[in-house]
Design a binder for this molecule. Structure first.
Ligand SMILES: NC(=O)c1ccc[n+]([C@@H]2O[C@H](COP(=O)([O-])OP(=O)(O)OC[C@H]3O[C@@H](n4cnc5c(N)ncnc54)[C@H](O)[C@@H]3O)[C@@H](O)[C@H]2O)c1
Length: 375
């Protein structure tokens, strides 16, 4: 039997992101990955494809037609979030591999069905969590997972450097509406940070959040969020985000038993104690003694940060050689559980235990979709 030496991929949705993926693939930036087809419902986008992509790339006017065209081995889904699960399920049932843009979907109930379809098909399923290729976050992940700094005590991520103008929100019909997008900064800008948060620190068991809708922009969804998290080991966390702070901040700080990791301004700093703080606290003789801090150092990483191209390379290599993915598709549900949990907590004005009632979440979301402002 002839073994596959290339993967043909079809990109569904060639707006901002899909066009960029199509250009990267057709420029040959991913060895052994070929662009077989693209699809978009908007005629101008298809004209763009005909004018800018190689002539052999087939162009379809909808994702389903591409999936059933037998032109590709895999698809890359780059359409608005609500449509991700349905297209992925259609592709798995047609025997195709799937790489899905973030977020996995808008609500976890449907993403669970997507994960089940992936499992049943046996096909490769990856998520476009390109921030996992960033050397700083990979290093944080490895240090925490390696256990040398002990258990996590506190997590704090302020990511308020997602500044967006009113013009941005006016630029797309689906953007920033409950019916079109299913959320605001949590669903559009933060899926990367929410994935990294769960990838590096694990999942919290409780969430209390305050999401302010249209606080800084004329939009119906949230543009300002403060969330408090509790983890199974007793650690606590905060996640703060906004699209209106100028200048914004991006500071991800994890305090552990052996010190602290701080990722800010493209630098990862480690504060490493000589002794475990928990042991020190219980055994120190003086009331005001402090754990001796032995080192504050900027961590050297491998400097690699391949972003979207890196995710595509790993997806292709996984199909052809079985090497690891950057992010397994089935992990997409975890970051979405965080944002769904934050929304639900804010809507109900209460603390939400994780996992939460997914039917209740969908009922609450649907209320907002029914009253969504049409653009
Ligand atoms: N990974 C990242 O860094 C990153 C960055 C930006 C956007 N995204 C994600 O990519 C997705 C798309 O975002 P965008 O900014 O490119 O949106 P966009 O509106 O610019 O493009 C979406 C395109 O999909 C097309 N489309 C919708 N339904 C379709 C269907 N069924 N078949 C074919 N085409 C269809 C639309 O006509 C549109 O051209 C979103 O889920 C977003 O979260 C990811």
């Amino acid at each position: 039997m002839k073994t596959m030496d290339t993967v043909k991929i079809g990109v569904i949705g060639i707006g901002n992101m899909g066009a960029s993926h199509s250009m990267n693939i057709s420029a040959g930036k991913i060895p052994q990955l070929e662009l077989g087809a693209v699809a978009d419902g908007i005629p101008e986008r298809r004209t763009w494809a005909e004018q800018n992509l190689p002539s052999e790339v087939r162009v379809f006017d909808n994702g389903k037609a591409l999936i059933h065209s037998k032109t590709c081995d895999a698809i890359l889904i780059a359409v608005p979030h609500y449509e991700h699960p349905a297209l992925a399920i259609e592709a798995f049932n047609a025997g195709l591999h799937v790489l899905c843009e973030k977020p996995a979907g808008v609500y976890t109930k449907e993403v669970r069905e997507m994960n089940a379809a992936a499992e049943k098909s046996g096909k490769v399923f990856g998520m476009m969590f390109n921030q996992r290729t960033n050397c700083l976050y990979r290093t944080m992940h490895d240090i925490v997972a390696g256990g040398s700094m002990g258990a996590i005590k506190r997590v704090s991520w302020i990511v308020t450097d997602w500044y967006r103008t009113q013009n941005y929100y006016n630029s797309g019909k689906w953007r920033a509406t409950w019916a079109g997008e299913g959320g605001g900064v949590l669903l559009n800008q933060c899926p990367h940070q929410l994935d990294l948060l769960q990838w590096i620190c694990g999942m919290p068991s409780k969430i209390r959040a305050f999401c302010h809708n249209g606080k800084w922009h004329d939009i119906e969804v949230e543009d300002d969020v403060t969330a408090y998290l509790e983890y199974p080991n007793g650690a606590t966390g905060t996640f703060i985000t906004s699209t209106a702070d100028a200048p914004g901040t991006n500071r991800f700080e994890i305090t552990l038993e052996m010190g602290k990791l701080v990722c800010e301004n493209n630098t990862l700093t480690q504060f490493l104690l000589a002794e475990n703080e928990r042991t020190f606290c219980k055994t120190a003789l003086g009331g005001f003694d402090r754990p001796p801090q032995c080192a504050e150092k900027i961590i050297e990483t491998d400097g690699k940060n391949e972003q979207h191209v890196g995710v595509l390379k790993a997806f292709t290599a996984h199909i052809l050689q079985g090497s690891p993915l950057i992010a397994d598709g089935k992990e997409g549900i975890l970051g979405l559980m965080l944002s769904n949990g934050m929304h639900l907590s804010s809507w109900l004005d209460t603390t939400v235990a994780v996992p939460f009632d997914e039917d209740l979440f969908l009922r609450e979301l649907n209320k907002r979709r029914e009253n969504s402002r049409s653009k």
